[in-house]
Ligand binder design. Structure first.
Ligand SMILES: CC(C)(COP(=O)(O)OP(=O)(O)OC[C@H]1O[C@@H](n2cnc3c(N)ncnc32)[C@H](O)[C@@H]1OP(=O)(O)O)[C@@H](O)C(=O)NCCC(=O)NCCS
Length: 250
């Protein structure tokens, strides 16, 4: 399943347990308390979750070193009653990103734990163009519902001149043409068709070593990880929890 070993981490022999606590009697949302990781370069890296400062009820998951320096964070929102879950921003600080350290991956593992533990049906994000292939690696799929995003994406695929992408480009052009015919039933289906096509495009591009360079998205894309898709990919996620010595499984 192409999971790389945790090259920069000393993994504890006994996997560490992730503890959970409910927020209160009138609030059944659960948050974790845990964990510490031993990084071969940066030493102890801890993960914690707390309220985000802006007062909108969001949480922030933070990765910090032993001097309390922030290395990366993810801001999320879990609605109190519905447990609808949204990721607002995931960021690893410049010096530590894209170096193979796995900080972004660890953040993603913790936000997905939150989703799973709180039985959220969907984990929705709005991906920057440059991060689409990162999120796709963790099984998020396109979830386009706006006309402008649909049209931008179809035009982008239609213009891709790489030989292996010819069929996808033809299908994108067909969808653009069909829309012009103004058939209302088809226009409704068109979002589904577009999302399927974009996912196929991402999967094909991801077979290349640097898809974000060879098949870049120059605009943002709404993406979603549904509970169904998470369970379908639980082996992948469980292997990632094992990779970092976490006693946790989906
Ligand atoms: C996106 C981001 C959070 C990833 O964090 P990171 O620490 O660099 O990622 P990791 O080292 O954990 O990488 C995990 C995997 O994702 C891949 N990856 C990371 N960023 C990627 C990107 N932008 N595009 C494609 N793949 C990416 C890595 O190559 C690695 O894959 P591998 O296991 O096959 O080697 C980080 O690059 C970042 O902060 N970017 C700027 C802010 C941003 O764009 N955030 C996203 C907002 S939607």
């Amino acid at each position: 399943m192409n999971i790389k070993p945790a090259k920069y981490w000393n993994i504890k022999k006994t996997p560490q347990k992730v503890e959970w606590r409910s927020l209160g009697i009138n609030d059944d949302r659960k948050v974790f308390s845990c964990c510490d990781f031993d990084n071969k370069i940066f030493g102890n890296i801890s993960v914690n979750i707390k309220d985000y400062w802006d007062g909108f009820g969001r949480w922030v998951i933070e990765l910090k070193n032993s001097l309390d320096k922030l290395m990366g964070y993810e801001i999320v929102l879990m609605e109190k009653d519905s447990h609808n879950f949204m990721g607002n921003m995931i960021e690893v600080l410049d010096d530590y990103r894209r170096k193979g350290y796995g900080f972004g991956e660890i953040l993603r593992l913790f936000s997905v734990m939150l989703m799973n533990e709180n039985k959220s049906k969907r984990f929705e994000i709005y991906s920057r163009g440059s991060a689409v292939y990162f999120h796709s690696k963790y099984k998020f799929v396109p979830y386009i519902t706006r006309y402008s995003e649909r049209d931008d994406t179809l035009n982008m695929i239609a213009k891709d001149k790489s030989a292996a992408f010819r069929d996808l480009a033809v299908r994108a052009k067909e969808l653009i043409e069909m829309e012009k015919k103004n058939n209302i039933d088809f226009i409704r289906r068109m979002f589904n068709e577009t999302n399927k096509l974009v996912q196929e495009y991402i999967e094909l591009a991801a077979q290349e070593p640097k898809p974000e360079k060879t098949h870049p998205f120059n605009f943002g894309l709404p993406m979603v990880l549904t509970d169904k898709n998470l369970y379908k990919n639980k082996k992948f996620y469980n292997e990632l929890y094992t990779k970092y010595g976490l006693d946790y499984s989906i």
